[in-house]
Structures are given as C-alpha cells and as structure tokens.
Design a binder for this molecule. Sequence first.
Ligand SMILES: [Mg+2]
Length: 174
Amino acid sequence: MGERIKEEAMEIITAFSSSSLPRLVVFDLDYTLWPFYCECRSKREMPKLYPQAKGVLLALKEKGIDMAIASRSPTADIANTFLDKLDIKSMFVAQEIYSSWTHKTEHFQKINRLTGVPFKSMLFFDDEHRNIEAVSKMGVTSILVDNGVDLRAFRQGLAEFSQNSGSSARDKQK
Ligand SMILES: [Mg+2]
C-alpha cells in the first residue's frame, strides 16, 4: 500500500514543473501525520501514521524535496520516540516540537533560520485553522487538512503553491 501511494504521489509531483515546486514541505504532527494527540499516548505504544502519509513522505524524499516538522506538542519526548519508531525521523531537516503562545510563527522563524529557505518557498500542512491563518500571513502556502495528509491534500497543496509562486513571478516582471 505504501509503495502504491508513493508512486501516485510521485506522479502528482511530476505533473508540476520543477520551478513551481516548494523547496521545503513542513508538516504538523497531531491529526496531520498521525491520527491522535501524542501527549495522550504512552511511549511504549507502536504509533501509526494516517494511511497515505508515509507514501507522501517517501515521494518527497525520493524527489529531493526537503521536509520539516512544526508541532506545538507539549511532549516532544513522546513525539520523538514515535518518529523514531516509525523510522521517519531522519527524513526531516528540521524538527521544531514545543508548545508556544504563538500559532507556529516562532516555529517557522526558526525553520527559516535553520534551513535558509524563504517562507514563500515553503508549503505547510496542518489541521488547525488558527495555525494556517497565522503561517499563511508569513507568506507560506498553508493547507488545512481535515483527515490527515493524503493524496488529495497533497495535490491541493502543490497546486496552490504553484499558483502562488506563479503570481509572484508575474509580479516581479511588472
Ligand atoms: Mg495538529
């Protein structure tokens, strides 16, 4: 199943020209990559991702697009244990996991400092509207997921990113 989803996700990526792809894709954790709040779980459990999430991550990895995590989870130790158990921890170039009073604007400032990737070259997936609202104001293309990261949300994210980057390219020519 993971392989088939990965192939489909790679086809979705290939449908966009490489100049209109994000340089960095940032994911929330709870209710975006996995269907629970990790603060309510035990480190001893074996977590599961949403069914199509791993395929999307593998496709981005294979296409050489960097990935990062922006989570406001108060239990970074549990989140890190789960990322390890799922064997995906090494896929992320930045992992910002801590609670904060802001709606992830701090997380994104940190990710920007760490990676050097400008906000307008980032694509972000999250299940909370307030985070989407705050982060999109920074210039990041931000997609609200309602049932975790899946192929539909992924396609929508790349399409919106491509539209946003297209309009900024036109703005520059004026
Ligand atoms: Mg969440």
